[in-house]
Design a protein around this ligand. Sequence first.
Ligand code: HEC
Ligand code: HEC
Length: 131
Amino acid sequence: MYDGNKIIPGLIIFVGLVTFPFWSNIGRAAYERPELKLDAVETECVEPAEWMRAEHMRLLDDWRDLVVRDNMRLYVNQAGRSFDMSLTNTCLSSGCHANKAEFCDRCHATLAVSPSCWDCHVVPPTPIVEE
Ligand code: HEC
Ligand code: HEC
């Protein structure tokens, strides 16, 4: 009734197919680390870079809510320096992340994140860097 000659190879093929996504990725990183380009004049972001990397999405959402809901526009960082809470005028300003395409977008694209903010917010034209 049971044909061991077919079941065993069948099982092997089945297990092979089911686990294909795992072993076909052996030795490969889940994603290539993107090469980010930052032509900033400023040497520091509004908060330390390490913190921004992990928290910028929450910080920017907070900025949005504070400005739009509470009409508060000034952000004072941990070092006591104040900034206009603005995506276009602060984050993407000429001395900072003016090159959104090669910084923000590269990381977001690698991780398949697409913030909808720029459906409305203005992206300043990419600066032409003199070589
Ligand atoms: C549907 C359109 C729309 C979308 C999408 C949108 N915003 Fe806004 N946002 C506005 C408008 C309108 C204002 C008010 C502009 C003002 O008062 O200066 C604003 C203001 C802001 C401000 C303060 C002012 C400034 O110059 O930046 C921040 C910060 C902000 N939004 C962040 C975000 C973030 C972060 C996202 C994405 C997660 C986002 N917004 C998505 C429409 C939008
Ligand atoms: C090193 C990687 C990296 C870089 C560089 C980066 N981001 Fe992000 N960003 C992320 C990740 C990851 C998320 C998604 C987080 C999540 O879904 O919880 C994200 C999400 C966001 C969001 C989404 C907030 C929301 O509620 O939808 C905004 C806004 C944002 N980033 C703005 C920026 C801006 C502006 C820059 C450039 C100045 C930038 N990011 C650079 C990794 C990065």
